[in-house]
Write a new protein. Structure first.
Length: 362
């Protein structure tokens, strides 16, 4: 607001008692003091005053007056027709009609970025006021202009507060939505983990094991990995003589043994029933045989402990190593079966020899 306009508006209180016309306008201001501060239309007296100095501009439906972000230096009043304001960002738009004003911050502040797209909704006529026209208003009726300015400023404050409230509610809604999505993702992750995990032992199940092989194959070579197939000797006898709860405790004991020897890059799995496997990474054959013998020896010791129901059974292990250049793809049934069959051949030989032992298949 320039110095001339500011001095005139600041002098309103001194002028208020100097003439009947000014006093009359003061009464008008008092009469409208209780009006809705968010009202976007001029009073009849304000409109009459603005019409005296404004430039007339004919507009057609669909005509774009300005875009969000455009720098503005003028304001508009609708003399006839309608204008739509689109604030974007999912905010509620407005349709303005007769005597409604908009764009006033561009005039009052100068080079102010427009906060909405303004598009003509109906053919009509606009009153446009720039800096010179606004200065003329101050010269003609500063009291009535002061009334308008107070209401315009209050409307800006009201709209900003309403916008902050809407954004706060929107942020809360977004936060709630994000929390819901996180909870859903967590449940889905848990579900995915459960579908790949054996419920009794907590090890990978067959599906989880094959998925791990698939992922490992995509990111690195499988060459050098060793597959140990582990089978419980005479496990059916334990179920038949002592019941399935005793059998479950034995299976959990086997799982604990495999966890104890597995390294950070090794994977233990319950393939089903009383059959387990251990995928071992980066160890030589001698070290692997020592590890497998340790599992078998530990099971034998636990089997010999006195208790009403056996806590463990003896184990048979069959092992084979993947040779570089002959890596199986778990998605390829023939290749996977070929690798599995190698270890299973060694396991069958261990079982045929009485169990409680480790056999290797090259």
């Amino acid at each position: 607001m320039n110095a001339v306009l500011s001095s005139k508006l600041l002098g309103i209180r001194d002028w208020r008692g100097t003439g009947t016309g000014v006093v009359a306008h003061a009464h008008i201001a008092d009469a409208h003091a209780d009006d809705d501060v968010n009202a976007s239309a001029l009073t009849a007296d304000e409109y009459a005053l603005f019409a005296q100095v404004a430039r007339t501009r004919r507009v057609e439906a669909g005509q774009r007056l300005f875009l969000r972000g455009d720098l503005g230096t003028s304001m508009f009043v609708i003399a006839r027709g309608a204008v739509d304001l689109d604030f974007g960002d999912d905010l509620v738009g407005k349709r303005l009609g007769m005597r409604a004003f908009f764009g006033e911050l561009g005039l009052l502040i100068g080079d102010h970025a427009r906060s909405a797209d303004a598009v003509v909704a109906e053919d009509g006529v606009l009153l446009e006021l720039g800096r010179s026209e606004f200065d003329a208003l101050a010269g003609r009726d500063p009291a009535l202009l002061s009334q308008f300015l107070r209401r315009a400023i209050m409307r800006v404050v009201f709209n900003e507060q309403a916008l902050i409230g809407r954004l706060r509610r929107r942020n809360q809604e977004l936060q709630t939505a994000l929390d819901t999505l996180r909870a859903t993702a967590h449940r889905l992750n848990q579900t995915e983990v459960l579908t790949r995990t054996d419920e009794l032992t907590g090890l990978y199940n067959r599906r989880g094991f094959v998925a791990h092989l698939d992922q490992r194959r995509r990111h690195s070579s499988l060459a050098g990995l060793t597959l140990l197939l582990v089978d419980c000797d005479r496990f059916k006898d334990i179920n038949d003589e002592h019941g399935h709860l005793a059998g479950d405790r034995v299976l959990q004991g086997v799982a604990n043994l495999l966890r104890a020897v597995a390294g950070p890059d090794d994977v233990a799995c319950r393939l089903g029933g009383d059959e387990f496997c251990l995928l071992v990474h980066g160890r030589g054959q001698d070290e692997l045989l020592r590890m497998a013998d340790y599992v078998v020896d530990s099971a034998r010791v636990l089997r010999g402990m006195r208790s009403k129901a056996p806590q463990m059974t003896t184990l048979s292990i069959g092992a084979c190593t993947i040779v570089a250049g002959r890596e199986p793809d778990p998605r390829d049934g023939d290749e996977w079966e070929r690798w599995y069959t190698q270890a299973d051949t060694a396991l069958y030989r261990a079982k045929r020899l009485g169990g409680d032992r480790v056999e290797w298949q090259d």
